[in-house]
Ligand binder design. Sequence first.
Ligand code: KDG
Length: 316
Amino acid sequence: MSTDLFTFGESLSVFISSDTDSVMSATKFERVTAGAEVNVAVALSRLGLKAQYFSRFGNDQLGSVMMADIEAEGVDVSLAKRVDSFTGAMVRNPGKSAPVEISYLRKGSAASTIEPSDILDSYISSTRWLHATGITCAISESGAKTVKHALEKAAQLKIKSSFDLNIRRKLWSEDAARKVLEPLARDVELLIWGEDEYQVVFGQVDPRQILAEVNKRGCKIAVMTKGDQKMRFSIDGNYEEITPPKVVAVDPVGSGDAFTGGVIAGLLSGMSTTQALEQGSICGALVASMFGDWTGIPSGIAGVIDKEIIQKVRGN
Ligand code: KDG
């Protein structure tokens, strides 16, 4: 099967308190499926492209329901393995009156047993784009090896790839993250990190300087995001900025992944890099404007957001 995107990582069942804004006082919880890489796969699928996602799920009910959720979004999850461990979860408040606070239930989870041999060369050679994140590096040593293996294989097979640092400070220290992630920040088509993540890996530096440096490391498009603020990027040494569309932010969780998905889809559709980044920022803003990681992801055809949605966001 040939695909537009192949990605892998850990998806989680996210339990969100629904009767109060605090996990401490809630008695009711809503469950949704999410995860940085699967969010990107869903974005590609909503935008009309073929996305394939690999993970290890436990032989449990959460594993079954999450695979069904992913499949219902049109993402091919048929390569996934079921293993003798539990499927990971996350508990959080919705962030309505207090900042979002999360707790993970994932150490030793099924997905954390992922290994380089799970990612067959054929998964990469049959796709147009490989996407990986630093979260998979944080969940286990074999996860970090798997990311390294997949990115190197993509470079070897001349398949375009993207890497999102996605530092999760509840999973590892900044020091540990820097050691593992710094060597991986090279030779990808698209490197997307938050401003604070660049600082963790490269120290306090001028954005223009560091983005140019990242281009020199073989990353053609280097992007530095900062939530709903100005996004900086550099393509082959040429620095530019985009201001994301303003929306009323309801829930920022998942907006970075929607941004990444919108950019990849745009690039695969043949848009210019700047247009693809603009499309990504619309996807990110839409997700932030609605509750949940997937709710606001827009629909589209062949990688391009539906025109009416763009008109609505731009207010015309
Ligand atoms: O990017 C959104 C993710 O943070 C969320 O879906 C959960 O994957 C997740 C994580 O590891 O925090």
